[in-house]
Write a protein that binds this ligand. Structure first.
Ligand code: IPM
Ligand code: MG
Length: 334
């Protein structure tokens, strides 16, 4: 089995290094290689997604990405984020799955990842008008809605489809398709929320949600709200899945330039993304469960600054490896 690591920019390399340690400890047989993406790749190869990186990803069984972004928002040059968008699109990982868990909350956001505003035509006209377009084809909507229904079916059977059908044409299509597909999933209870109401409900009653399925931009925003409710961006993991080909696993957080290079970023999101990689990417459910449990144990006692503690990124990662070793020993002794 092959896993490609894409450390990327900012805190990406720091958190991916800890995920790599955890992966090596739990599944030493997995072959790991590292490649360039984002600002690092532009600096060294003049391309945000070098051909060699894409080729390695295509050949891998799963890809773990740290974060990309250079804070360069000029629109004349290619920026670091373009590397990530190109990778999402090339791998066609259309379903971005983001779980959020606390004692009260257990919700999953399924965000459409390769369509909508992120990938529509954009530009500037002669008169200075700037535009971004949002487009969705019915089959693009159907395939991600189906993922939503399937996750809901495997969980508590409740699916909330989020749109802005009181305004947007793409949202009307979205709602129409959701209603139509619901007939194929009689065991799933479907409801619809407008995105502004969904944002409010998330803050007021996050425990009322099971699975949320929504388009790209709404999913981006709602998942940061959910992350804030569930311990912050340092904890939030994600899996981006297509129909075949490797999945792309990455923290929900960005490059965190304010703390990059200081060794204090919380690697939980990256390690939890590795749990998802083991389970959904490599089919190693047992290893995934053991890493998940080790991570839970450490997260209850070791705190990086975002969680009010003083542990460094590496101390946290080392504690996860130690917890894995201890649990393996307990198993062997039992
Ligand atoms: C995310 C991030 C990215 C996105 C940014 C870094 C472009 O916010 O994965 O949620 O908007 O997709
Ligand atoms: Mg985001």
């Amino acid at each position: 089995m092959k896993v490609v690591l894409l450390p990327g920019d900012g805190i990406g390399p720091e958190v991916v290094a800890e995920a790599r340690k955890a992966l090596a400890a739990i599944a030493p047989e997995v072959e790991v290689s590292e490649h360039l993406i984002g600002g690092e790749a532009i600096a060294r190869e003049d391309e945000a997604l070098p051909g060699a990186t894409l080729a390695a990803c295509r050949e891998a069984d799963a890809v773990l990405m740290g974060a990309v972004g250079s804070g360069d928002y000029s629109w004349t040059t290619s920026n670091a984020e373009d590397g990530m968008f190109a990778l999402r699109r090339e791998l066609d990982v259309y379903a971005n799955v983001r779980p959020f868990r606390t004692e009260e909350i257990d919700l999953l956001i399924v965000r459409e990842l390769v369509g909508g505003l992120y990938f529509g035509a954009r530009g500037v006209r002669e008169d200075g008008t700037v535009f971004d377009t949002c487009e969705y084809r019915p089959d693009q909507v159907d395939r991600v809605l189906r993922r939503g229904f399937e996750f809901a079916r495997a969980r508590r059977g409740k699916l909330t489809s989020v749109d802005k059908a009181n305004v947007l044409a793409t949202s009307r299509l979205w709602r129409e398709r959701a209603i139509e597909l619901a007939a194929e999933y009689p065991d799933v209870e479907l409801d619809h929320l407008l995105v502004d109401t969904a944002a409010m409900r998330l803050v007021q009653a996050p425990e009322s949600f099971d699975v949320i399925v929504t388009e790209n931009t709404f999913g981006d925003i709602l998942s940061d709200i959910a992350a804030a409710l569930a311990g912050g961006l340092g904890l939030a993991a994600s899996a981006s899945l297509g129909d075949d080909g490797p999945g792309l696993f990455e923290p929900v957080h960005g490059t965190a330039p304010d703390i990059a290079g200081k060794g204090v970023a919380n690697p939980t999101a990256a390690i939890r993304s590795t749990v998802m990689l083991l389970d959904l990417g490599l089919g190693l459910a047992g290893e995934a469960a053991r890493l998940d449990a080790a991570l839970d144990r450490v997260a209850a006692t070791v705190f990086t600054p975002d969680q009010g503690g003083t542990a460094t990124t590496a101390e946290f990662g080392d504690a996860v490896v130690a917890a894995l070793t201890a649990s393996a020993k307990e198993l062997a002794d039992a």
